[in-house]
Design a protein around this ligand. Sequence first.
Ligand SMILES: [Fe+2]
Ligand SMILES: [Fe+2]
Length: 142
Amino acid sequence: MSLNSDKRVDRVVWDGGLSVGILMADQDHQRIMDLINRVLDGMLGGQSEVGLSGLLDDLIGFAREHFRREEELMRTHDYPELQSHREMHRFLEKKVSGYKTAFLAGEAEVGLAAELMKDWIVLHIQGVDKRYTRYLNARGVV
Ligand SMILES: [Fe+2]
Ligand SMILES: [Fe+2]
C-alpha cells in the first residue's frame, strides 16, 4: 500500500503487498481502487453532480459484484468464516450507499469519502480478505 501525497486527498494505489493470492480477487480489488480514485478525482476536479453520482453508482455496483463473487467462492469451498465475512460485506455496502445518499443531499465532503474508502480497502482487504488466502489456496484456488 502506498499513498501519493502530492494532492490534498491521497489517491489509493494498489501494490503487490495487497495481494490476497487469488487472481480474481486481486483483479477485482484493483478495479475497485480504480473506481475509488475516479470518485476522488471527480470530487477534486469539480465533476458535475450527475457525473459524480454515476461514478458512485459504478463503484457501488462493481463492489456488489465483487462481494458476490467472493462469497460464492467461499461458499463453494465451505470456508468457515463465510458468515462473518458476508456480514462485513453488507456493512460496507450500506456504508458506501449511505455515503452516496449524503452526497446527493449535499452533505458529503471529499475528505470523509477518502477516509471511508481507504479504510474500506485497507482494513477489509488486509484485515478480512487476507484471512481466506491460506484456506482457499490449499484447496487449489489461486
Ligand atoms: Fe474483496
Ligand atoms: Fe471481502
